[in-house]
Design a protein around this ligand. Structure first.
Ligand code: PLP
Length: 282
């Protein structure tokens, strides 16, 4: 496979990083994950917009201008001859310099991006998943898609060890989001989710769900709900680039609704399917 870097496109084995890389030593960088279905990028522009916003928030410059970056990512896709379902991983870091907390005086950011196959999570999407509740111990700027993922890693690991697919994070009982997803509650045919404040990452799929709700006439309320509301929820689901719209049927020992994916979730899944069909599917 090929990798795009700030210096051009190289073979995977050719790309190595020095010890004193600020991404490694400080997590000083931002990233994106973009879906590809049947070899086509899904909502690439939205992801790139968010990448530049995240970078600006930490005063980091992305090595390429937006149009050039999308051209290069297209080139990367062609060179890898991607035809299947996959993801693109892209990160920008503040570069390699002798270790010091303060910014380097020179502007020499590093970028790399590569594509790896990833099948659709068909089983989870069809039947739903279990989740656990965990305290949200992250910093206050979760709207930045930064490389500092230790709290997310620990939460997801704890969930996995309890046999769950995702960790639902809460701050003082208020559900914020998942360790790598946004969380939505359905009650009386209305969808609720945490508002897009600095406390959550405003997911690209989250934004689409808001749009689908508008199109389908489903009330969409950006109002936080609490862990106590889970017991009274009709449906619960998560969204992310890798997991699309996935029903949550159990949270710790609380069964959601009748323990099966609900009608609102299914209609949103259908809208997602329709929106992500390759434009020229013939
Ligand atoms: N929230 C967090 C913390 C995430 O890491 C992610 C994605 O990985 C999301 C939400 C969902 O965002 P998106 O729909 O853009 O993938």
């Amino acid at each position: 496979p090929h990798v795009l870097t700030e210096r051009g496109i190289f073979r995977y084995e050719q790309v190595t990083y020095p010890m004193e890389e600020r991404g490694l030593q400080f997590g000083d960088g931002v990233y994106e994950v973009v879906r590809l279905y049947s070899g086509a990028y899904v909502w690439l522009q939205e992801h790139l917009d968010r990448l530049y916003r995240s970078a600006a928030a930490i005063r980091l410059s992305v090595p390429f201008a937006p149009e050039e970056l999308s051209e290069r990512l297209e080139q990367l896709r062609r060179m890898n001859d991607v035809r299947e379902d996959a993801i693109l991983y892209l990160q920008v870091t503040r570069g390699s310099f002798p270790r010091s907390h303060t910014f380097p005086t020179e502007n020499r950011p590093n970028l790399y991006a590569y594509i790896q196959p990833m099948a659709r999570k068909t089983d989870e999407i069809a039947h739903g998943v279990h989740a656990t509740l965990t305290k949200d111990v992250r910093w206050e700027y979760c709207y930045i898609k930064s490389l500092n993922l230790l709290p997310n890693v620990l939460a997801k690991q704890e969930a996995a060890e309890r046999g769950a697919f995702e960790a639902i994070l809460h701050r003082d009982g208020i559900v914020t989001e998942g360790s790598s997803s946004n969380i939505f509650l359905v009650k009386d045919e209305t969808v609720y989710t945490h508002p897009a404040t600095e406390r959550i990452l405003n997911g690209i799929v989250r934004t689409r769900v808001k749009q689908f709700c508008g199109e389908l006439g489903i009330p969409f309320i950006e109002e936080a709900f609490s862990v106590h509301d889970l017991a009274r929820a009709d449906e619960l689901f998560l969204t992310s680039t890798t997991s699309a719209i996935t029903p949550i049927v159990q949270v710790d020992d609380i069964t959601i609704g009748d323990g099966r994916p609900g009608a609102v979730t299914k209609s949103l899944q259908a809208a997602y399917q329709k929106a992500t069909q390759p434009a020229a599917s013939n």
